[in-house]
Write a protein that binds this ligand. Structure first.
Ligand code: DC
Length: 232
């Protein structure tokens, strides 16, 4: 018997390894993986490229005027087997991960009309199930009926060290203090914004991975997946 296809929602704080976890799970079980944060990052990149920021203030009128011109989609990289983000048809996977985008993305993600557009897109991507999506509001807003919801967390210092290592591996430079500040600031904005703030859904399973190896985390996750998909 084929296991039943489900929706898996993974939410949690910035840089706690949600995408690593979600990508690996999707690969193992043959599901589509969608990084919803990448969508907010792509819109942020559009805003930066079009000069919609005055310092930390986003000119939302300008953004609203151009909203229909912003198309975010994904393409599978055949070498890595992982989806990469396209902004109006151009691959922006590298550019959306820079500190310049990270520093502004929470501002863009707090805008109601941006969220409505991206949530609708996310829901359309999940309508046939068989999807793992990570983000901040996947279990609460995007897929409130998801069969498996996970809320991931880790200490800010652990997250900053991981993000620094990730950036160094890509040859990008940033200081630990700068990243830690960015991680904490994003937590604050994500949790306190008015529209769809980051919060754990009542039925989400909580996992603090500060002291877990990837292997331990994967094992825990597969157990939860099998249970939720009705596989013995
Ligand atoms: O997961 P990430 O760091 O790539 O997310 C980038 C930003 O987008 C982060 O500030 C939170 C926001 N975000 C959101 O508000 N809702 C989502 N579903 C995903 C990300």
């Amino acid at each position: 018997m084929q296991p039943r296809k489900i929706v898996i929602a993974i939410d949690g704080y910035a840089s706690c390894g949600k995408s690593t976890m979600a990508k690996e799970l999707a690969r193992k079980i043959g599901y589509i993986y969608i990084d919803s944060g990448a969508m907010y990052r792509a819109v942020t990149l559009y805003c930066l490229r079009n000069d919609f920021f005055d310092g930390d203030t986003l000119r939302t009128d300008d953004l609203l005027q151009h909203l229909d011109e912003i198309e975010v989609s994904f393409v599978l990289n055949s070498e890595t087997g992982r989806p990469e983000t396209l902004l109006n048809g151009k691959n922006v996977e590298q550019e959306i991960r820079t500190l310049a985008v990270s520093e502004k993305v929470s501002i863009v993600a707090a805008v109601g009309f941006v969220r409505r557009k991206l949530v609708a897109l996310q829901q359309a991507l999940g309508k046939n199930k068989g999807i793992v999506m990570d983000g901040r509001d996947i279990g609460t807003v995007v897929f409130p009926d998801a069969e498996l919801k996970i809320f991931l967390t880790a200490a800010p210092e652990v997250r900053a060290r991981r993000r620094l290592a990730e950036m160094q591996a890509k040859g990008q430079t940033a200081s630990y203090e700068e990243i830690l500040r960015n991680v904490k600031e994003r937590d604050r904005i994500d949790e306190t914004r008015e529209v769809d703030p980051l919060r754990r859904a009542d039925d989400a399973l909580l996992l603090d991975n500060s002291n877990l190896t990837l292997a331990q985390q994967d094992e825990w996750l597969m157990t939860q997946y099998r249970r939720a998909a009705g596989i013995e």
